[in-house]
Design a protein around this ligand. Structure first.
Ligand SMILES: *Cc1c(COP(=O)(O)O)cnc(C)c1O
Length: 366
């Protein structure tokens, strides 16, 4: 993978956890002319995307997409699989898990939260206890990588606990898919959502859902009225050889196609190993500067690192100083941590030099 061109467009160098920088191949694809919506060339692109997404998700079951962002994936999974009043357990280890729980409640589900303090992972034993106490649980919603805290939850183990209880396993993989190990088939995940502006190296615009055959069959009985987000229409269109129920978001598909070609050329294992290196580089660099990480050791994410601002320094001010120094754009914390925590995104199109430059800039501001 090529190193990021250090030219600073808008005077900025994005090191936030999404949107992430776009490789030149993706930017070029975004400038392409449109095709007729049912054109053979477009169908070929869609078929190639489908196969690439399956490889990246470790599944031979359908991987679908809709115009939308990650958040729409939460709603899509719910309205296709569940019915109002169903009891669900939602893991909450930061702001994204909290939002999925809130949306579930807004949609009329009976929500039981499996909550842990920010910076901590949700552990399988605890999830098992919450499920046992909740009783008849239809689905368990798991945030794989909590972007607000930089914690990766032990997804395979959590999914096994949920499956053992006979529940559907819904996964928010928005900041992990395409970067961290994610075995949709092997781990028996039923609905795995992500968004193109994170590790997929594309602009915001598509939400992706990897769906199990069992979940697709259950979509026949979902109790929510829905039209645009009816997964059955997407599957039927896909089966015609590569189509979509409504006009395809073509530019986004061109971009995703280009990004997937880059990813497949690099290889799933190499991508995962690169993200491990990037995670380690950032964590050890910050610790050498005397900065404290938010994630509990052993559960730190390889796509995003959250760290505490130095004592007495407001995180938003620190962020501005780093931008003024180097153009590097950091993110601040979320929820109760907007003033005290900073976050560095290192997912997607990223190599060591830009992270070293980020660390140097943080050191200079310190
Ligand atoms: C970014 C993100 C989302 C929400 O994505 P949008 O594209 O902003 O809707 C959801 N979950 C996680 C874990 C994320 O990182």
């Amino acid at each position: 993978m090529t190193v990021l061109d250090p030219r600073l467009e808008y005077g900025r160098w994005l090191r936030i956890p999404g949107p992430t920088p776009l490789p030149p191949e993706v930017r070029e694809a975004l400038g392409r002319e449109m095709l007729p919506h049912r054109d053979r060339d477009l169908m070929e692109i869609i078929a190639r995307i489908e196969s690439g997404l399956q490889t990246m998700h470790g599944t031979d079951q359908p991987v679908l997409f809709w115009p939308g962002t990650g958040s729409s994936g939460w709603e899509i999974s719910i309205v296709n699989l569940l019915s109002p009043g169903d009891r669900v357990v939602v893991t909450v280890s930061g702001s994204f898990g909290a939002r999925w729980a809130d949306i579930s409640e807004k949609l009329g589900l009976d929500v039981v939260r499996a909550s842990v303090p920010w910076g901590e992972p949700v552990l399988p034993e605890y999830l098992g206890d919450v499920i046992d106490q909740a009783g008849d649980v239809k689905a368990v919603m798991i945030t794989h990588n909590e972007t607000s805290t930089g914690v990766t939850n032990p997804l395979a183990e959590l999914a096994a606990v949920a499956k053992a209880a006979g529940a559907w396993v819904l996964v928010d993989a928005v900041s992990s898919a395409g970067a961290l190990p994610l075995e949709v088939g092997k781990w028996h995940l039923d609905w795995v959502i992500s968004g193109t502006q994170k590790a997929w190296m594309c602009p915001p615009g598509l939400t992706i859902g990897a769906v199990s055959e069992a979940a697709l069959a259950a979509a026949e009985h979902a109790g929510y009225p829905h039209f645009f987000y009816d997964v059955r229409a997407n599957v039927a269109a896909l089966k015609t050889g590569g189509s979509t129920p409504t006009t395809a978001p073509e530019s986004m598909l061109f971009a995703l196609d280009a990004a997937l070609q880059l990813m497949l050329a690099e290889g799933v294992d190499a991508i995962i190993a690169r993200h491990e290196r990037m995670g380690e580089l950032v964590r050890s660099g910050l610790q050498k500067l005397g900065l404290r990480l938010m994630a509990k050791p052993g559960y730190a994410s390889n796509t995003i690192t959250a760290f505490y601002a130095p004592e007495g320094v407001a995180a938003p001010e620190f962020k501005v100083k780093v931008r003024e120094h180097s153009g590097v754009e950091l993110a601040t914390g979320q929820g109760d941590y907007t003033e005290t925590v900073l976050r560095i995104g290192h997912m997607g199109w990223v190599e060591a030099p830009e992270l070293e430059a980020t660390l140097e800039s943080i050191a200079a501001v310190l």
